[in-house]
Design a binder for this molecule. Structure first.
Ligand code: NAD
Length: 129
């Protein structure tokens, strides 16, 4: 059975490469990205490879990520949505805490509420210094 994988930050650098690889392995992909540092075109270019749905949304707002789990049957999550400039995080730690820490919390809460059997990977500790 084809698996549906949610990729947060899928329009960004690492996320879009993960999208491409998973499409090549015949997964169905849902990308959730607020486009603060990603490109819609990166997703458009991958649409010829396989089934991909783009949802513009922001992890800082729980309703937006909750809605994804209410409307899509997600089997696994790969979480790449974060800000990752170390320099900027030193200057504005509160912005990074809000985006990366609260964003990740909101994602995990949405998964918990959906009570689906979901595998998750968080590829690195997001930039919080
Ligand atoms: N680039 C690297 O070499 C590298 C190496 C190791 C780990 N990482 C980690 O991988 C992750 C992604 O890094 P990247 O280089 O692809 O960054 P990136 O900025 O290219 O991609 C991040 C994506 O997340 C989106 N995003 C940010 N905040 C969001 C939010 N609140 N809601 C929804 N979408 C949001 C952005 O629009 C962007 O498309 C980060 O956690 C980073 O620390 C990156």
């Amino acid at each position: 059975m084809q698996k549906t994988i949610l990729i947060t930050g899928g329009a960004g650098y690492i996320g879009s490469h993960a999208v491409k690889l998973l499409l090549e392995h015949h997964c169905k992909i849902v990308v959730f990205d607020n486009l603060s540092n990603g490109y819609r075109q990166a997703i458009t270019q991958l649409e010829s490879i396989g089934e991909i749905k783009f949802i513009k949304g922001d992890l800082r707002y729980p309703a937006e990520i909750d809605h994804v789990f209410e409307t899509e049957k997600i089997n696994a999550v790969m979480h790449f949505a974060a800000q990752c400039s170390v320099d900027e995080s030193m200057k504005h730690p509160e912005v990074y805490f809000d985006n990366n820490t609260i964003g990740t919390y909101n994602l995990l809460e949405a998964m918990r509420k959906s009570s689906a059997d979901i595998l998750t990977t968080i590829p690195s500790v997001h930039t919080i210094y």
